[in-house]
Design a protein around this ligand. Structure first.
Ligand code: PXG
Length: 288
């Protein structure tokens, strides 16, 4: 395994950074999780754009140009001879002092890991997931915006612990007003009477790249899409429910807080979105 750190490759055991890096000390930094399918990196430029947007919001200046970073990601996947890969791109605030001030840090550090992917078992896609809503609310958008994909994931980790404690694999997080926001690493969609619904960004969710692709697919399929607020009640009474994310792709949800959703099997539209998404990821993207 060759790990990229600031322009150089290191073997896994030697790929280390300083304990004074504010990425470690404060979770101060940004990241992306990206996939390559059959030698195509899916939506690489969109991920890089989102990384720079997250960085701008936290006033972190990524020390290299966007196009160069695109090339460095491709180089890392190639160096590891991977065709199907999970790529973790991390930019930390850099090495600083034992104090919060980010502007006392040196240069931000760029890390790129390209590894094999660990997927959910196949039966989850065939049978659908059981999930629960959890007590931990999604971060208040006015405090730590969920639109920033930062290294500080404790909010999601709390929710994930609560999901684990309930014996399920994902958690639906609500915002402070009780509206459905998203899951710990996925966006959420429901289908009701043929209309596809997902929470709008202002509810306090990450603008998922998979989410955007599903909205685009829906438009192509002629399925009406509404970015609209909804509650647990709407999820319990939906015809279909599914989650989207780089790691999970499109995964059906069939049980929420003990209520069976729809028929209790992955829905018809959900299966169409799964199929369309699988087809797209294998045929488009930046070639390695
Ligand atoms: N919401 C949150 C909070 C996320 O972290 C998504 C939605 C889906 O966004 P994308 O752009 O991936 O469609 C995410 C993404 C991991 C991992 O290793 C997590 C994500 C992506 C890739 C890997 O846990 N989260």
């Amino acid at each position: 395994m060759k790990i990229y750190i600031n322009g150089r490759f290191y073997p896994k055991e030697k790929a280390v950074i300083s304990v004074y890096d504010h990425g470690l000390l404060y979770g101060d930094g940004v990241f992306e999780g990206i996939r390559a399918y059959a030698g195509n990196i899916f939506k690489l430029r969109e991920h890089i754009d989102r990384l720079y947007e997250s960085a701008r919001t936290i006033m972190l200046k990524i020390p290299i140009a966007k196009e160069r970073l695109v090339q460095e990601v491709i180089k890392t996947v190639r160096a590891n001879r991977l065709k199907d890969a999970y790529i973790r791109l991390v930019v930390t605030r850099g090495i600083g002092t034992l104090g919060l001030n980010p502007f006392k840090c040196g240069k931000p550090q760029i890390i790129i890991i390209a590894d094999k992917i660990v997927l959910y078992p196949r039966e989850f896609y065939e049978e659908g997931l059981a999930v629960v809503t959890v007590p931990t609310q999604r971060n208040l958008a006015e405090a730590v915006s969920p639109r920033v994909k930062s290294l500080n994931y404790l909010n999601n980790i709390f929710a994930r612990i609560e999901a684990n404690n309930a014996g399920v694999h994902e958690a639906i997080m609500l915002n402070s007003q009780g509206y459905v926001a998203e899951c710990t690493g996925d966006n959420i969609f429901i289908v009701k009477k043929g209309v596809l619904k997902t929470p709008p960004l202002y509810v306090g969710v990450l603008e998922g790249i998979t989410r955007d692709e599903i909205i685009a697919i829906a438009k192509r399929l002629g399925v009406e899409v509404q970015e609209t607020v909804f509650t647990r009640h709407d999820v319990f009474n939906a015809d279909e429910c599914f989650l989207t994310g780089t790691a999970a792709e499109v995964i059906p949800v069939v049980r929420v807080d003990g209520r069976v959703v729809g028929t209790g099997k992955p829905g018809k539209l959900t299966r169409r979105f799964m199929a369309a998404f699988h087809q797209i990821v294998r045929t488009v993207g930046v070639q390695v």
